[in-house]
Design a protein around this ligand. Structure first.
Ligand code: ZN
Ligand code: ZN
Length: 374
């Protein structure tokens, strides 16, 4: 007999030597002699399933506890979660090829889903199939993040305040929006520790409590970038964590500039006429409502030159233009008394306009730029 022979190490039966081209039974590295098919299938276990699969799910946000931490899985419902956990927990024998399987979940009670799994495959040229049933027990818990949110946990407060005024609703709305955007961005990168604990109005502004100091810092920097002003941070030791580390809470005090774009202000010791504020970031910038010339506060004055507020662009009333006197003066009807008054003519004044927006204040009557959208 020219064919070489091998023998099953368990029962001693002759087994055909498998050639390299035989896809059904290559010798695995380290395996000396293979068992005969009868002995092989005696021990063969297609699917290895645990008796039961316990899944810890956060009842508030749907996160699943895996390994030693909570993970957002983005599952639609508990059945989805159960299917995913089952597919992780089941083991399929490495020798089997062409493995296919299906799962039929059976809801037993609120917290138990019985997973009927049907597997097929091919091993040693023989089709194999197996049905296993794995009960999945769902334990509804509260993840660390949801527990902290529920417990009003926060590590940082951002105080939105303004110098010599209360912040406008535009500023406080934007601050809230910024906080939520920053948290959403961090969540999108898988950061489970980012959340806004509370947004609360105070008499002089807004307090935003957030879960980390990093978020507090980001919010205050973004506010400064958009509105100008200053920020001071102060640390307070609040407690020690479970490992004995000192825990600091950082308060970021944002102080927005005293004037905002759209304010009309009268500068002290200055006879150049009122200024319509255009920007309060860095040095205050604006235009003179008497001439239309640009104004910029000095470096020392920064965003808070010595001034008083006369009104806002929004306070402007429409006044009828009576006559254009010369390049420096226009006659308009006072919108309150309807008497003709001569006022200074800024360079943004349109000589063809029939009416112009004017601001009547302690400083008199001034033509403002027409900034209506239409
Ligand atoms: Zn054998
Ligand atoms: Zn949760």
């Amino acid at each position: 007999m020219s064919e070489s022979r091998a023998f099953c190490p368990r029962c001693g039966d002759a087994v055909p030597e498998r050639s390299a081209s035989d896809a059904n039974g290559p010798l695995r590295p380290g395996a000396e002699v293979e068992l005969c098919d009868a002995c092989y299938f005696e021990d063969f276990d297609f699917v290895d399933a645990p008796e039961r699969i316990d899944v810890r799910v956060c009842a508030r946000c749907g996160a699943v506890y895996r390994g030693n931490r909570w993970v957002d899985v983005g599952a639609e419902d508990y059945t989805d979660i159960a299917i995913e956990e089952v597919s992780k927990a089941l083991g399929v024998h490495v020798d089997v090829e062409d493995v296919a399987w299906q799962i039929d979940p059976e809801q037993v009670d609120q917290n138990t889903i019985r997973m009927h799994c049907f597997f097929t495959g091919v091993v040693r040229g023989t089709p194999v199939e197996e049905q296993v049933t794995a009960p999945v027990k769902i334990a509804r818990q509260t993840c660390t993040r949801c527990g902290r949110i529920a417990g009003d946990y926060y590590a940082s407060i951002v105080q939105i305040r303004a110098e010599d005024r209360t912040p406008t609703s535009e500023e406080t709305d934007r601050a809230t929006e910024i906080a939520n955007e920053i948290v959403a961005d961090m969540e999108a990168t898988g950061d489970r520790n980012a959340f806004v604990t509370e947004v609360g109005e105070t008499d002089d502004g807004l307090n935003i409590k957030v879960s980390t100091n990093k978020i507090g810092k980001k919010i205050s920097n973004k506010m400064l970038e958009e509105f100008g002003g200053t920020v001071n941070d102060a640390e307070t030791l609040v407690t020690e964590d479970e490992d004995g580390n000192e825990v600091y809470r950082v308060t970021f005090a944002v102080r927005l500039p005293p004037y905002t774009p759209g304010d009309v202000i009268a500068l002290a010791d200055d006879d150049g006429g009122p200024v319509l504020v255009r920007s309060a970031r860095g040095n205050l910038k604006g235009i003179r409502v008497t001439t239309g010339e640009r104004y910029e506060a000095s470096y020392e004055e920064g965003n808070s030159p010595d001034a008083r507020k006369l009104g806002e662009l929004e306070d402007a009333a429409e006044a009828t233009v009576v006559t254009v006197e010369d390049e420096n003066a226009v006659q308009v009807l006072d919108p309150e008394t309807f008497q003709a008054k001569t006022v200074s003519r800024p360079d943004y004044f349109d000589p063809d306009a029939e009416t112009v927006p004017v601001l009547k204040s302690r400083a008199g009557l001034h033509i403002l730029p027409d900034e209506t959208d239409d």
